[in-house]
Design a protein around this ligand. Sequence first.
Ligand code: NOJ
Length: 540
Amino acid sequence: MKTHWYKDAVIYQVYPRSFADGNGDGVGDIPGIIGKLDYLKDLSVDAVWLSPCYPSPNDDNGYDISDYRGIHPEFGTLDDWKALRDGLHARGMKLIMDLVVNHTSDEHPWFVESRKGKDNPYHDYYIWRDGSNGRHEPPNGWGACFGGSAWEWDETFRQYFLHLYSKKQPDLNWRNPKVRQEVADICNYWLELGCDGFRCDVIPQICKTFSADGKNDKNICADGWFDYIRELGERSWNNYDTMIVGECVGVDHKMAPNIHGEGTGLLDSVISFDHLPWSRNFRLPRWKEIIRRWQTLPEHCWWSQYWENHDQQRSVSRFVKPGFEKMGAKMLLTLEMFLRGTPYIYEGQELGMVNIKLCPDEFMDIQSVNMLRGAKNAIARFFKYRHLLMRARDHARTPMQWDNSPNAGFTTAPTPWMKVNPNYTTVNARTEAADPDSVLNYTKRLLRVRKGFVELLKHSQYTDLAPDSRRFYAYRQTVPDDKSLVVIALFGKTAKHFSLPEVLRGHQSRLVVSNNLNAPERLSDGRFLPYEVRVYELGR
Ligand code: NOJ
């Protein structure tokens, strides 16, 4: 049934709240997305990953679901969703839905029932536990991702329930076979409706093991995990031509071969985390080494390659020094497109959108808000604020910059749900469409060029050509006895000379793409501009 179409694809992530507002209420919605389908087609992306659009109290912007089979009224109706599906399919693009089944919202009817009594059939859908040592203390020391303990006390049962995220996101109990069947039914519901796969939220965390003394408790790929995923594949995923990509929190390259891969019935692809450095001052050799590890996994592994998503700061702000945003944005996109795996473009990345400077009371994300609220004093608050200015998830969630009209053309409402980045007057889709040298037009060119190399990239072997260089990232994708690709990029704000390694000399070569209009047509030694990238095709 599976054609593994995702191996040829570039995926575009839409965060519906921030993409395009079709009804003028200040919040992005599905009709808004439908209005931009030609834009996506023109970009040449092959699939859209839609972040959650289900009914939700929005404690975590939709990652707290209260109905798995509906559409949040803020975003439209199921008919709107069907029109989106049809619009994408008519243009040859696939639709991937977000599957958030580690937890539900506490307003989901299952949890509401679960709280009604220990004999309620839904009680065991969640993880209820006594306090440690019979006392009113959390069962173990797990912290919740958004601050505080992962355990919330319930006075009625005099027990705790588990929430690895906010206390409005109780964790489902995957040990309960009924829960696993519910999840399979939900997947089949959307697959029957014509969705093409799932991006599985925090999937390694779905099951937990608890030890007697709490010291060996586990919540990443805990016992049973492989069986449960395989079972879900058999009951659902494997019966359709799907892409199943796991957001693999806590998984490193060593674990990856076991949890994904063709023919194993597990995940098709892995979204990793360790390849994203925390600040602009990251060490290039170390970063390249992490990417090398992911690129050189066994053939059956398939990486999901990204620099940005709705949880991350903007890549230009993370990797590029101020003043070099445009070159830097193009360079990063280029590096990404020629790595082996499925590349993801997060909305606005194709424009070179950057982080926003927010005041403390302008952060909207639960993680940022809780962090500032939790500061014990003014100094702590100052440091937390500084941290958020660089790393908050809010940076990715500012409205998409469509044009230079008020609110960047995102909404006709006087106030969008979140502040628009003031740089929209120059960084926006309409202005960039008219500028041949823009990040947008470069991205379009890049994606078209990439299509000519998807076969090569499916089977290529990766070599880091300058692993110790602190300024150059140079890699080669080779298929034995065939052509290869060489990508060379300069990090940093001063120009620098690149000397070709011996292995690259004496080949026929052809420039495939570069962000420098004057880049030489043939691979050679030479001086690179700050953040310049060049891609060459080499003959045998
Ligand atoms: C990962 C999602 O990407 C993030 O946005 C969310 O807050 C957590 N999972 C919890 O669902």
